[in-house]
Design a protein around this ligand. Structure first.
Ligand code: AMP
Length: 371
């Protein structure tokens, strides 16, 4: 009250100030309406306290786990979470236990400032929808996530792990043996910390979605697993935080995975069910691109290896010899873009100047033909 009186007195003394103050107040209130503060939590207890408050008000929470370096694929999951929950929590944490000892943990892109800018912009966009908003970011340090022993990404490894077999050993698991164990472990921690009504994962990492669904079911975790479609670049390349490693040349050749999967999908659409007949079309595309690249000089080509092309059961992810018309199947693949052998002056290079191997994965769901 005294404060108001004081302002009133000063307004009479300085004519014109009233309008200025009013305008300033309007600007402030507009700014707070547009840019709400997104809560950033680094530790578990304050997040839990905040979460409890939301629970008491009957507000639902959707969690989108990420490793940051946000792109439209992540944002689309957050939009979905906002349309189905009152509040959206986003975790940003590069989890060491899902990287093998020779993988890119140290160089994984970290873009905190632009991540936060994207989240704030998304929150403003969501305001107009009258549904959920971006409530909080959980960005812990590793000591918070692994409070007792240093994280271990060797096998068998020492520590507390969540292992979902055989799912975790198939497909990506064959080349990246600790990957799915790390994912299941960190997601268990995140789900226990946030206790979200729903969790959101991208179809792009199809095996991850199968592992998480199995984990939630087997451990009776009280959350619903929701899957969002893969966001793609205009030419079809699946968006990924690792795409920043691809300079122009490797980026162009990297589309081969999507093209191979599309060719195999086409065979299924034309009535083929046999594994060899379906996958042969995918391999044709990959082999042709490989030969084209081999024929070019070192300063022109972008070489790659195909790790696998797979045709698998949609639930178990076990390889199938024939697609069961009533179940459909998952077509998936992984390629490794090899480092460029030679570069030219002025060439558009990616992060780390295209000296790193980059693994690209993608998949297509072949839907059941008979219901
Ligand atoms: P990451 O930060 O790569 O661990 O991904 C976090 C989440 O975003 C995972 O559920 C991914 O499946 C999902 N995601 C990544 N890329 C895409 C994409 N292109 N489209 C849809 N979801 C994606």
């Amino acid at each position: 009250m005294p404060h108001r009186v004081l302002v009133g007195l000063r307004l009479r003394v300085l004519p014109g100030l009233k309008e200025q103050l009013l305008r300033a107040r309007q600007t402030v209130s507009l700014a707070t309406q547009i840019r709400r503060q997104i809560h950033v939590f680094r530790n578990v207890p304050p997040l839990r306290e905040h979460r409890r408050g939301l629970l008491l008000h009957g507000e639902s929470v959707g969690l989108v786990p990420t490793m940051g370096a946000l792109h439209e694929g992540h944002i689309s999951l957050m939009r979905q979470a906002a349309s189905e929950n009152d509040r959206v929590f986003v975790s940003i944490y590069v989890n060491p236990t899902q990287f093998g000892p020779t993988e890119d943990l140290d160089s994984y892109p970290k873009t905190w400032e632009t991540d936060m800018e994207q989240l704030e912009a998304l929150d403003v966009e969501l305001k107009g929808n009258g549904k959920g908003r971006i409530e909080a970011v959980f960005a812990p340090m590793t000591g918070v996530m692994y409070p007792n022993l240093p994280p271990d990404s060797t096998l068998p490894g020492v520590g507390s792990f969540v292992t979902i077999t055989p799912l975790a050993h198939l497909l990506e698991g064959a080349s990246r043996p600790v990957f799915m164990r790390g994912v299941a472990t960190v997601c268990t921690k995140l789900f226990n910390i946030v206790e979200p009504e729903r969790v959101y994962f991208g179809q792009k990492d199809i095996q991850q979605t199968a592992v998480i669904k199995r984990m939630v079911s087997d451990f009776h975790i009280n959350t619903e697993v929701c899957i969002g479609p893969t966001s793609r670049e205009p030419d079809g390349l699946a968006m990924s935080s690792r795409n920043v490693y691809l300079g122009e040349r490797r980026r162009k050749a990297g589309i081969v995975l999507w093209q191979s999967l599309r060719a195999a999908e086409d065979a299924y659409s034309r009535g083929k069910c046999d594994r060899d007949e379906i996958l042969a079309l995918g391999w044709d595309i990959a082999n042709r691109m490989m030969m084209e690249q081999d024929a070019l000089s070192e300063t022109e080509r972008a070489r790659f290896e195909v790790d696998y092309l797979s045709l698998a059961d949609p639930q178990t992810l076990e390889e199938v010899d024939r697609v069961d018309d009533t179940r459909g199947a998952i077509l998936s693949g992984a390629i490794i873009m090899l480092p460029l052998e030679a570069t030219t002056d002025g060439e558009k290079l990616g992060r780390e100047r295209d000296t790193k191997r980059v693994r690209l994965i993608d998949n297509i769901t072949l839907t059941a033909r008979v219901r």
